[in-house]
Unconditional design. Structure first.
Length: 181
């Protein structure tokens, strides 16, 4: 009887490990690993192939035209240029300028919780720092609610662009100047 119990425990442990790995594989299979060749702007990067990526979900101040534009560009450059990151597609493949539309992750998340998103998703990191505002369009809205929550927190705390101007500093701010709850 004891032998059967040990075998059963071992079988259950192996099954648990298999299921855990299967769940992680499901999350990981949604990501593509790439190296960022250069940062064009706070919300646009280039791969070594020349392919441009427009980061989904945010708008950062223009590098040479708006307050905090240079800071947003430098922050993104220091964080990901020349480094391995993970791309995640939402619904659309490209924008009207033929840039790839992707979320950029510093690390693959273990789960899609707010904590994981705001510490590993580049859009969320920039929103939290006040270097970006939420800028989402149908159908690419997978993280829209979390991004809005993070932006609202940055506004309330007057972080980054929200310290300079309650309405932000990007051109997109003219579209929506009130907090959304």
């Amino acid at each position: 009887m004891i032998k059967t119990s040990k075998s059963l425990v071992i079988l259950l442990l192996l099954l648990s490990l298999f299921l855990l790995n299967s769940c992680n594989s499901k999350v990981e299979e949604n990501f593509e690993s790439v190296i960022i060749d250069s940062v064009i702007d706070g919300d646009t990067v280039r791969l070594s192939s020349g392919e441009k990526i427009r980061i989904i979900g945010i708008n950062t101040p223009e590098k040479d035209k708006e307050k905090l534009g240079k800071e947003a560009h430098t922050y993104v450059k220091d964080l990901i240029e020349g480094k391995k990151v993970y791309l995640e597609k939402d619904k659309s493949d490209r924008d009207q300028y033929e840039r790839l539309l992707r979320y950029i992750w510093i690390e693959i998340p273990k789960e899609l919780s707010k904590k994981e998103i705001e510490t590993k998703n580049l859009s969320a990191i920039l929103l939290k720092k006040g270097y970006a505002r939420k800028y989402t369009f149908e159908p690419d809205i997978k993280y829209e609610n979390i991004f809005q929550e993070i932006e609202n927190e940055a506004r309330i705390e007057e972080t980054g662009m929200w310290e300079i101007n309650k309405n932000g500093t990007t051109r997109g701010d003219k579209l929506n100047v009130q907090l959304q709850f």
